[in-house]
Design a protein around this ligand. Structure first.
Ligand code: S3P
Length: 436
């Protein structure tokens, strides 16, 4: 067991200042993987500082990809692409806490001429992998697991293209299969009935691949032909919107808040959070919209206001999957409360996030109704500081640091170091932005 660090969060009066976020985690993972299998060098500025994206880089190194961190303040990574053929690793690929690393990289491993083993920490070892095992096996790879859980043992093959309708809404699975599709004989077609983030599609195009996309009902179809070669890119990765969510929700807690967030990812498949927060009463204006390698970027000016309640269900639950914990954590302070439905996937994230949110809110004195696929949290509640646990989950640690800003008295968060999985500077930055 690693030593757990404790952090104390004091109540605040306001959120005020400017914060620029480290590069988006979803994009950083995909760029690191694609840069490794591209031809020629890539230069990735503002690469995510989170431990998860370092796990991806570690795995790429074990697969024979050379990369280095530049000694600048831009978190720049330079990667020497090897082309589609990677080297057989001499040790297991350590994915740490990162489900994205294991699921997406398994799509690349499936197309190699060797066997690789992928391992993860205690939390990742409990997470479901059947969702990639089944389609990769249908493409011809051999994938061993512990009853559908990690470690995974992947023996690559000459893959067959498949036509696959995803049973679970998951951008990680979609990217995994698109990456595997690069190695397949023929055209792979993937259908999702609910739209998930499209960074895999956008990144593949940035690295020179051709793919076809079209809307099908409320979802999408993506087709990719095998045998395409990628070329390296130079890119600055936009700020992580899911990390910004913690500061946006903190700002929403206080009517006098004023926050500026430059260079933030605004990809429409991720930006639903901004609409929801505006419906809840936060005033947000966007300037300097730009597009970098197909990803939308903008600068946000945010002002606090009223904090109204909201219901999140259906496609919104998939679109907001990483932000629901922090929205739920501020729910007691809204006027009408927040109801979340259709979010069963939260139970199989880094922790069971529905249970974790309910437990911590109750410890702070809140009334909460926990359901199999969500939560119902009444508004207009007063919370008190408490001793909470992060459940070794970065988003739970950060969500409750935000709730603690409006509680009466101090809150202690055990296992606060797990914030470093996606955002090592989180607690320092929150402290800098909090007025007392
Ligand atoms: C991610 C997709 C989501 C999300 C995760 C990152 C991605 O997971 O929760 O943090 O980068 O594709 P699922 O694909 O399991 O929904």
């Amino acid at each position: 067991m690693k030593a757990q660090s404790e952090t104390v969060v004091r109540p605040a009066r306001n959120i005020r200042g400017t914060v620029e976020l480290p590069g988006d985690k979803s994009i950083s993972h995909r760029y690191a993987m694609l840069a490794g299998i591209a031809e020629g060098p890539s230069r990735l500025e503002n690469y995510s500082t989170g431990a998860d994206c370092a796990s991806t880089l570690g795995c790429m190194r074990a697969l024979g990809v050379t990369w280095q961190r530049k000694a600048d303040s831009q978190n720049t990574i330079e990667v020497q692409g090897r082309g589609l053929a990677l080297a057989a690793p001499s040790t297991p690929l350590d994915c740490g806490n990162s489900g994205s690393t294991m699921r997406m990289l398994s799509g690349i491993g499936a197309g190699q001429h060797f066997t690789s083993e992928m391992i993860g920490d205690e939390s990742l070892s409990r997470r479901p992998m059947e969702r990639v095992i089944q389609p990769l096996s249908a493409m011809g790879a051999r994938v061993g697991s512990q009853q559908g859980k990690p470690p995974l043992r992947i023996t690559g093959a000459l893959l067959r293209a498949i036509d696959y309708k995803m049973p679970v809404a998951s951008a990680q699975v979609k990217s995994c299969l698109l990456f595997a599709g690069l190695f397949a004989d023929g055209e792979t077609r993937i259908e999702e009935s609910v739209r998930t983030r499209d960074h895999g599609e956008v990144a593949l195009r940035a690295f020179g691949a051709k793919l076809h996309r079209k809307s099908v009902g409320g979802g999408n179809e993506v087709r990719i032909a095998g045998g395409q070669r990628l070329r390296g890119i130079e890119a600055r990765i936009p700020g992580d919107l899911s990390s910004a969510a913690f500061f946006l929700c903190a700002a929403a807690l206080f009517p006098e808040s004023q926050l500026t967030i430059p260079n933030l990812l605004m990809n429409p498949t991720r930006a639903r959070l901004l609409d929801i927060l505006m419906q809840m009463g936060l005033r947000i204006s966007v300037t300097q919209l730009d597009e970098i390698h197909g990803e939308l970027v903008g600068s946000l000016q945010v002002e606090g206001g009223k904090l109204k309640g909201i219901a999140i269900a259906g496609a919104d639950s998939a679109a907001l999957i990483d932000e629901i914990p922090v929205l739920a954590a501020i729910a007691p302070f809204t006027e009408q409360g927040i109801e979340v439905r259709d979010a069963k996937e939260l139970r199989v994230k880094e922790s069971d996030r529905i249970a974790a949110v309910a437990t911590n809110l109750r410890l702070m004195g809140a009334q909460v109704e926990e359901r199999e696929d969500g939560l119902k949290i009444p508004g207009g509640q007063t919370l008190h500081g408490a001793e909470l646990d992060s459940f070794s989950d970065h988003r739970i640690a950060m969500a409750f640091a935000v709730a603690a800003l409006r509680a009466e008295g101090e809150t202690l968060i055990r296992g606060a170091e797990s914030a470093a999985i996606s955002y090592p500077a989180f607690f320092n930055t929150l402290e800098e932005l909090s007025e007392r």
